[in-house]
Ligand binder design. Structure first.
Ligand SMILES: Cc1cc2nc3c(=O)[nH]c(=O)nc-3n(C[C@H](O)[C@H](O)[C@H](O)COP(=O)(O)OP(=O)(O)OC[C@H]3O[C@@H](n4cnc5c(N)ncnc54)[C@H](O)[C@@H]3O)c2cc1C
Length: 343
C-alpha cells in the first residue's frame, strides 16, 4: 500500500483477529475494538475443526461449498507459520451404524475423494477408548484441527507485534479511521452502518469438555456428536439450536450431547463434564457475508455459522483485497454481502 490506510476492526473473534493481522501485514494501521478482549465469543468455545470434508458430508448447508471450504483450509499452513501454532493434520474418522457409514462413504466419494476404510484394530489405534460396538470407520486426512483458544492468543500476540492496537470497548463506528471492518459475530450495535447485520440469525451451541482422562486420538465424527482432543480430556460437540441466541446452559441439551458422546466413547458417561455455550451467527444461505457493505468505507466479515475458524484466513484475504483493490479471488462473489440486498 502506498499510503497506510487507518482501519478499525470491530470484534476480536476468529474473523476480526485474523483480518486485523492480515491488514497489518498488508501495511494498514489497524485498531481492534472489543468489549470482551479475553474472548467471550463463539471463537473461544469452538472445537477448532478445520473440516471441509466432514462439514460438506454431514452438514446440508455446507455441501455445495466444499471447494470454498477446501480453499480456506489450504490457507491455514501459511497462517500456522505466521502465528506460530500447530495445525493437527492427523485427520478425522466417521464411525456409526451401517446406514451412517454408507451415507458418509457416498458423501465423501461425491466430493471426489476416497476414504480409507478402517478395521476395528486400526480405529482403536487412532481413537483409544472407542465404544466396543463400533466395528468400522472411515478416515480422511483432509480434515485438520487447531486449538481454538491457543489460536486466539497467538493471533492477538502476532497482531500486537505487527503494530495492531487493541481497545477493550465496543466500537461505535469508524473511531476516526477511514474504514470499518465489522466482525462482531452476532452483535448488532453497528447495524446503522450495516443494515445487513439484521439478516444474521443465531444458532446456539452447547459443547462439553471432560477432564481427568486425557484423549490423544484423532477427531471422531458420529451421529449427533463429534469428539476432539482437549487439554487434559476431550471435547464433545456440539448442539445446533437454530434461533436461540442466549448463553444459558440447558440441562437437557447437555444430557443429550453427553449421551450421544457416550455412544462413541463410553467413558464420557461417567466423566467430569464442563459445559459451555456459544452462539454462531448465520446468514440465510449459510455462507458468511464478506466484503463491501452498502455504506462507504464499511466492510463486513460476519456470519461464518459453524465454520468460522476454517474460513477465517479466506475471509481475511478477501477483506485485504477489498482494501488494497487487489484480486478478490474466485470465492468473493459467493460471499459478497450484496447478495442479500433487496431480498
Ligand atoms: C459450540 C461451537 C463449536 C464450534 N466449532 C467450530 C469448529 O470446530 N470449527 C469452526 O471452524 N468453527 C466452529 N464454530 C463456529 C465458530 O466458532 C464461529 O463461526 C466463529 O467463532 C465466528 O467468529 P467471529 O469472529 O465471526 O465471531 P465471534 O467469535 O462471536 O466474535 C465476535 C466478537 O465481536 C465482539 N463485538 C460485538 N459487538 C462489538 C462492537 N460493537 N464493537 C467491538 N466488538 C464487538 C464480541 O465481543 C466478540 O468478541 C463453532 C461454534 C460453536 C458455538
Amino acid at each position: 500500500m502506498s499510503r497506510k490506510p487507518r482501519i478499525t476492526v470491530a470484534g476480536a473473534g476468529a474473523l476480526g483477529l485474523t483480518t486485523a493481522l492480515a491488514l497489518a501485514d498488508a501495511g494498514a494501521l489497524v485498531a481492534v475494538y472489543d468489549p470482551f478482549p479475553q474472548g467471550v465469543n463463539a471463537s473461544a468455545v469452538a472445537a477448532g475443526m478445520l473440516a471441509p470434508v466432514f462439514e460438506a458430508v454431514l452438514d446440508a448447508e455446507t455441501r455445495a461449498h466444499f471447494d470454498l471450504m477446501l480453499a480456506a483450509r489450504d490457507l491455514w499452513p501459511a497462517l500456522e507459520a505466521r502465528i506460530g501454532i500447530t495445525v493437527d493434520r492427523a485427520g478425522a474418522m466417521a464411525v456409526g451404524d451401517a446406514a451412517f457409514l454408507h451415507a458418509a462413504d457416498a458423501g465423501i466419494r461425491k466430493l471426489g475423494l476416497h476414504p480409507t476404510e478402517l478395521s476395528r484394530t486400526a480405529m482403536v489405534g487412532l481413537a483409544p477408548g472407542l465404544a466396543p460396538g463400533l466395528g468400522h470407520g472411515l478416515l480422511t486426512r483432509e480434515d485438520w484441527r487447531i486449538d481454538a483458544g491457543a489460536a486466539l492468543v497467538a493471533l492477538r500476540k502476532a497482531a500486537e507485534a505487527a503494530g495492531v492496537s487493541f481497545h477493550p470497548r465496543a466500537a461505535d463506528g469508524f473511531e476516526g479511521a477511514e474504514r470499518l471492518v465489522i466482525a462482531t459475530g452476532l452483535g448488532r450495535d453497528l447495524a446503522v452502518m450495516a443494515p445487513l447485520l439484521g439478516r444474521l440469525a443465531p444458532i446456539k451451541g452447547h459443547i462439553l469438555r471432560t477432564d481427568g482422562a486425557p484423549y490423544d486420538g484423532i477427531v471422531v465424527r458420529g451421529e449427533g456428536a463429534y469428539v476432539t482432543r482437549a487439554p487434559g480430556g476431550l471435547t464433545l460437540g456440539a448442539t445446533m439450536q437454530v434461533g436461540a441466541g442466549d448463553l444459558a446452559i440447558e440441562a437437557d441439551q447437555v444430557a443429550g450431547l453427553q449421551e450421544a458422546g457416550a455412544r462413541l466413547f463410553p467413558s464420557v458417561r461417567d466423566a467430569r463434564i464442563t459445559a459451555q455455550t456459544g452462539v454462531r451467527a448465520a446468514t440465510p444461505d449459510g455462507l458468511p457475508m464478506v466484503g463491501r457493505g452498502r455504506h462507504h468505507g464499511v466492510l463486513l466479515a460476519v456470519g461464518a455459522r459453524r465454520n468460522g475458524w476454517l474460513l477465517a484466513p479466506l475471509v481475511a484475504k478477501i477483506i485485504v483485497a477489498c482494501v488494497t483493490e487487489g484480486d478478490l479471488g474466485p470465492y468473493a462473489a459467493r460471499l459478497d454481502p450484496g447478495r442479500f440486498e433487496n431480498k
